[in-house]
Design a protein around this ligand. Structure first.
Ligand SMILES: Nc1ncnc2c1ncn2[C@@H]1O[C@H](COP(=O)(O)OP(=O)(O)OP(=O)(O)O)[C@@H](O)[C@H]1O
Ligand SMILES: [Mg+2]
Length: 241
């Protein structure tokens, strides 16, 4: 699904270059659940931007679903991004004037999906995150955890192969964080590939594999043992555990 070979990303190469990613090689199978950890400034968001085709590497090769994307132009990258990738961000990135339903419909509006089909698909995704009772609320009328659930529904509408989530629980209390992680866990069970940045070990424990970054380098690649996974809380219909 994902293969990177000796990826480097250098910001501002002319003056004060920052080596945000250094010689990163990695392979992620379809359907895996991967957490990315590391100190602030270690290159996690830069990695997510490259993985999500929001940015191109300075050197190295990146294959996504068998296609080499590292040398594509921005139009080609946008097309790959829209078809294959769903993004979830720490601050939700919902449009404040729009209802939850309209926010979820938005990616399909851009893709030219017809009205009825659009709404049906949006409602389907909103149901998956348990938010059907809040579809006419605006973001300011929702809790942080509810906003994040709507943002996940929005990420799902184009049936992405991969969900990229950069600190999706960073602004949430622990109960809401667990609810969000249960949603990711159920998406993982449905075979969606999930790559998630977190600072918290308890959040990373939901993943199957943890990549550790330091100074732009991949320093450890950890497979969580089945024993460890057994300790992972299982979904309980969204209630606190
Ligand atoms: N657009 C940019 N231009 C120049 N330097 C950048 C840019 N974006 C990031 N950097 C630098 O690249 C390095 C890696 O940044 P990145 O945002 O990937 O870190 P991070 O691991 O996500 O950190 P955090 O945990 O704080 O979010 C940092 O030193 C940062 O200052
Ligand atoms: Mg970051």
């Amino acid at each position: 699904m994902i293969k990177m070979e000796r990826i480097n990303k250098i910001y501002r190469p002319q003056s004060n270059p920052v080596h945000a990613l250094q010689e990163v090689s990695l392979h992620i199978e379809g359907g895996d659940f991967v957490a990315v950890m590391g100190p602030s400034g270690s290159g996690k968001s830069t990695l997510m931007n490259v993985l999500g085709c929001l940015d191109t590497p300075s050197s190295g090769t990146y294959w996504l679903g068998g296609i080499e994307v590292s040398s594509m132009n921005s139009d080609q990258l946008a097309s790959i991004r829209n078809r294959k990738i769903g993004f979830v961000f720490q601050n939700y990135n919902l449009l404040p004037r729009m209802t939850a339903l309209r926010n979820v419909e938005l990616p399909m509006l851009y893709a030219g999906v017809e009205n009825k089909k659009r709404q049906a698909r949006a409602l389907d995704c909103i149901e998956q995150v348990g938010m059907l009772d809040r579809i006419h609320h605006r973001p300011a009328e929702l809790s942080g955890g509810q906003c994040q659930r709507i943002a996940i529904a929005r990420a799902l509408v184009n049936s992405p192969d991969i969900i990229l989530a950069d600190e999706p629980t960073g602004n949430l209390d622990s109960a809401s964080s667990l609810e969000i992680m249960h949603i990711f866990q159920s998406l993982h069970r449905n075979n969606t590939t999930i790559i998630l940045v977190t600072h918290e070990a308890e959040i990373a424990a939901f993943a199957r594999r943890v990549l550790h970054f330091r100074d732009g380098r991949l320093t450890a690649d950890e497979i969580l043992s089945p024993q460890h996974l057994k300790k992972t809380p299982l979904p309980k219909g969204g209630e606190d555990i």
